[in-house]
Design a binder for this molecule. Structure first.
Ligand SMILES: *[C@@H]1O[C@H](CO)[C@@H](O)[C@H](O)[C@H]1NC(C)=O
Ligand SMILES: *[C@@H]1O[C@H](CO)[C@@H](O)[C@H](O)[C@H]1NC(C)=O
Ligand SMILES: *[C@@H]1O[C@H](CO)[C@@H](O)[C@H](O)[C@H]1NC(C)=O
Ligand SMILES: *[C@@H]1O[C@H](CO)[C@@H](O)[C@H](O)[C@H]1NC(C)=O
Length: 678
């Protein structure tokens, strides 16, 4: 697949159309049924072997000898039961619990070595970009408002067409193909054709972007008082992953921008959308239970945040526009965060001045195979995050003297593979280096929505894995001119404590609304009306920052607590396993999906742990089960000791469910569904 060959044939891309369709959709790769079964069976097998060999268990430290049996629920289901007497040598997962006596937070936060031995087996190199052509140069460009061919060749013709979006939910307008020349088109699909034996064929595709600045009056706010605010979200990036995968970028941020790491950020919901709503709207949309048993109600029902357009709800994008900022939203997946899973309406009209959405639309909906290949990464070394960074560059250069707010959401890099973001380290490093002056004048918030969710069961059995599942990355740098006013000191103090997305949100609102009047020198605790969080740029209240006080559902709590492995208690496994499955089945019925989805039966209880609880009358268990129609679910179950009533927290489906839940889409999409027919 070398460069030589592509040069000779003059063709950019070699895979067949067929191949392309097989792998077209980013997520569909994981939907292939056989692969799905294979992985499920393989991982179960692997776990069983591992379990027998190491007898892994939680807690302890020194090598000990114990009698271990497999999760005895398997007994009941006539699976082979092996009782082994093995020497357990729990691999040393070095973690110091830090204890800052200044705060009575009562939350033990671990310090992991991100390169701990236990994580190494899971750091599988992502070879996606290994054989891509690094030297490829585009045949066309769009610079200074002109679309040009920069590599001419006999017999090759190149044309472009414009994709415009009149409004966020309006149909796209696509022009006819036109020849190179001046254009004000912001999203241009360029394609080249060559005459071959079988007629003309496409040999090249590219998506060019440019920002044509809107000629509107400059708002009466000045950049000197209202610095740019740039938020970058890398989907699924855990703190530890960032340290492993993006070392060059992080080193640069630390040394050049004096960025502060907040290693104890907790997510507040399971998936992207239910963490985005808290960040953008300040509303909790996933109900849950707090540590200690207090119920956390959702602020908005699914009907409210999903079935209605969100334009009229107060939100961060609106806040920045109202203040006079020029804004851009760069989400690089067509299933934009707000509209995805379940299928939701999101915004009806543009919520920012510019949006990257048209590019994702061209990339994922165009009929032209060559265009799609240009951002797949495997042929030429270019992916959609690079196009996103380029669009960011164009935006900041188009409005040099206006205060700007951008929110960039990188969906694909870290989502599927633990080492996935490795390949982006050089890209982000270069991006921050090239824009150092711009970032020296801005607030830069680099964060993630949730921790790493696509790991295997074995990964989450390690202490680091369990932690990284719910510990999204967060790092903040402030404009150079404010770095000496005590802001960094207070940020570093706050970095030692538990934080949530609500605190990130409060920080952004503080930058926008409250700090400018004091030139960013106000460190006094501030309660922002109707907000759940506390700005990281100020002293946070002394109230304990733990999962009994902060709005974090207990299942995402990263404060370490003792737990006791109960998988050997067959009776309890059976009772709780059955109740959990009955609960899942009733949820499916509640969504009126009983006819479409299989009823689940238990195959094995993979994990059952008793959580230490401060609550005298309730017991909380963490349970993870594998079902007959191969799926894997996890939740926390709280039992009232007196009434024996069970309450269930948010259910997470842990296997790669792919398209197995798709049939639920027309009624109510839920990943709890395993479709009877697909
Ligand atoms: C286990 O196997 C025995 C004999 O094969 C059978 O009678 C019994 O019903 C099985 N139990 C379950 C729970 O499948
Ligand atoms: C942390 O410090 C407090 C007060 O010094 C002490 O009571 C508590 O046991 C410590 N916690 C841990 C986990 O060391
Ligand atoms: C685009 O414009 C800039 C500034 O006017 C100029 O320096 C640059 O050479 C131009 N590039 C092209 C390809 O015309
Ligand atoms: C951005 O959008 C706001 C609100 O619609 C508008 O007032 C402002 O003029 C726009 N700015 C630019 C540069 O387009």
């Amino acid at each position: 697949m070398g460069y030589q060959k592509t040069e000779e044939t003059g063709q950019l891309f070699q895979s067949s159309q067929e191949n392309f369709f097989k792998f077209s959709n980013f997520r569909r790769r994981f939907h292939i049924r056989s692969l799905f079964y294979f992985i499920s069976i393989f991982s179960l097998g692997f776990f069983v072997c591992l379990y027998i060999t190491f007898g892994w268990q939680k807690g302890g430290g020194d090598p000990i000898t114990v009698s271990q049996s497999l999760p005895s629920y398997s007994n009941y289901f006539n699976t082979t039961v092996t009782t082994t007497k093995t020497e357990i040598s729990e691999k040393s997962e070095k973690s110091e619990i830090q204890n800052d006596s200044k705060y009575q937070d009562d939350c033990s936060l671990p310090v992991f070595d991100p390169w701990d031995e236990t994580i190494k087996p899971f750091m599988v190199e992502d070879t996606k970009m290994k054989y891509c052509n690094k030297n490829f140069k585009p045949f066309t460009e769009l610079v200074n408002g002109t679309f040009r061919v920069v590599q001419e060749k006999e017999g090759r013709t190149c044309k472009g067409r414009c994709h415009t979006l009149p409004d966020l939910t309006a149909p796209f307008k696509v022009t006819n193909w036109f020849s190179p020349g001046p254009t004000d088109c912001e999203f241009l699909e360029a394609v080249c054709w060559e005459k071959g034996q079988f007629g003309e064929k496409e040999v090249y595709g590219w998506i060019h972007t440019q920002i044509v600045p809107n000629k509107v009056p400059k708002p009466p706010i000045e950049k000197s008082e209202h610095p740019d605010v740039f938020v970058f979200v890398m989907d699924s990036l855990a703190s530890g992953m960032a340290k492993r995968s993006l070392p060059k970028m992080l080193e640069f941020m630390k040394t050049k921008l004096q960025a502060v790491d907040f290693p104890y950020l907790s997510q507040v919901g399971t998936r992207s959308q239910v963490n985005a709503v808290p960040l953008w709207f300040g509303k909790q949309v996933e109900a849950g239970t707090m540590k200690g048993g207090k119920r956390m109600e959702a602020d908005w029902t699914e009907d409210e945040y999903c079935k209605h357009y969100l334009d009229d709800k107060p939100n961060m994008f609106r806040d920045f526009l109202d203040a006079g900022y020029t804004t851009n939203y760069l989400d690089n997946w067509i299933d934009q965060t707000l509209t995805h899973n379940p299928i939701c309406k999101g915004f009806q009209h543009f919520h920012t001045n510019h949006t990257f959405f048209p590019l994702t639309h061209i990339l994922e909906r165009t009929v032209l195979w060559v265009t799609k290949q240009s951002l797949k990464g495997t042929q030429i070394c270019r992916e959609v995050h690079q196009a996103t960074l380029e669009y960011f560059d164009q935006f900041v250069r188009a409005y040099p003297d206006r205060p700007k707010f951008t929110w960039s959401w990188f969906v694909h890099l870290a989502h599927e593979k633990l080492a996935g973001p490795d390949r982006a380290d050089p890209h982000f490093l270069e991006f921050f280096q090239n824009n150092l002056e711009i970032f020296d004048d801005a607030f830069v918030i680099f964060t993630a929505d949730h921790g790493f969710r696509a790991g295997s069961f074995e990964f989450y059995k390690t202490k680091i894995g369990a932690f990284e599942k719910h510990n999204p990355f967060l790092q903040i740098s402030v404009p150079k001119k404010y770095r000496d006013n005590g802001i960094l000191e207070v940020m570093r103090e706050n970095a030692k404590r538990l934080q949530s997305h609500y605190d990130t949100r409060a920080t952004i609102l503080d930058i926008l609304k409250y700090q400018p009047s004091s030139q960013f020198t106000d460190r006094a605790t501030l309660k922002i009306p109707d907000e759940k969080g506390n700005s990281l740029l100020r002293q946070q209240p002394l109230t304990p920052r733990n999962c009994e006080h902060l709005p974090i559902p207990q299942q995402y709590c990263i404060c370490q607590s003792k737990s006791t492995d109960l998988t050997a208690d067959a009776k309890l496994c059976e009772r709780l396993g059955r109740s959990f499955l009955a609960h899942i089945n009733s949820e499916i019925d509640n969504f009126k999906l009983g006819g479409l989805c299989h009823k689940f039966d238990i195959q094995i209880v993979l994990e059952l742990d008793l959580h230490a609880s401060s609550h005298a009358s309730k017991t909380t268990y963490h349970i993870s089960v594998k079902t007959q129609h191969p799926a894997q679910f996890e939740t926390l179950i709280t039992e009232d000791k007196e009434t024996k009533k069970l309450t269930f927290d948010q259910i997470e489906r842990l296997d790669r469910y792919g398209s197995t839940a798709d049939c639920s889409k027309p009624v109510h999409f839920t990943n709890l569904c395993f479709c009877k027919t697909r």
